[in-house]
Design a protein around this ligand. Sequence first.
Ligand code: ATP
Ligand code: MG
Length: 180
Amino acid sequence: MKLKSLEISGFKSFADKTKIEFKPGMTGIVGPNGSGKSNIIEAIRWVMGEQSAKGLRGEKMQDVIFGGTSKRSPLNRAEVTIVFDNSDHYLKTDFTEIRISRRLYRSGESNYLINGQDVRLRDIVELFMDTGLGRESFSIISQGRVEAIFNSKAEDRRTIIEEVAGVYKYKQNKERAQKE
Ligand code: ATP
Ligand code: MG
């Protein structure tokens, strides 16, 4: 599975529709402080189902909608679309290309789409389950998180490593079974 492209519009500092295409190999995004690098990563987390406004450096979810600048009025809608090449069927669906979109209006109305079909958040979460992607996974390590990992206690660091290795969910299942 490969990340193909990302389209951002009305999300945080990206008022105009912006499309980023990911070519084979590694992609680096560079720019001065405040130019929107972290906003791009947050757009990826958001479209993949992030539910925490604080995790996106906001108070409420509507804070992700472009809030205006001295030269430009605020917008009413944020929309992000991410496209994956799924020709290896790493994600358990028949689609060889998957387009996931999320929209949010100031009114609070929101929706998710998979390949143009209206879906529930649950469908997005299930699509990424046990893939090491999706919300709260360690496939995205944000600014500040690196220091947090370095400075954490040995036991907490172990939990992170177990989660990455995929052992954590078995440990949780074991604990649950022992309680029952
Ligand atoms: P650094 O190098 O300091 O980490 P960065 O490139 O990661 O910077 P971001 O944090 O992605 O920068 O972008 C911050 C900018 O995004 C700020 O100028 C902020 O005002 C703007 N911004 C955040 N949310 C919104 C919003 N809802 N509407 C408009 N602009 C926003
Ligand atoms: Mg940043």
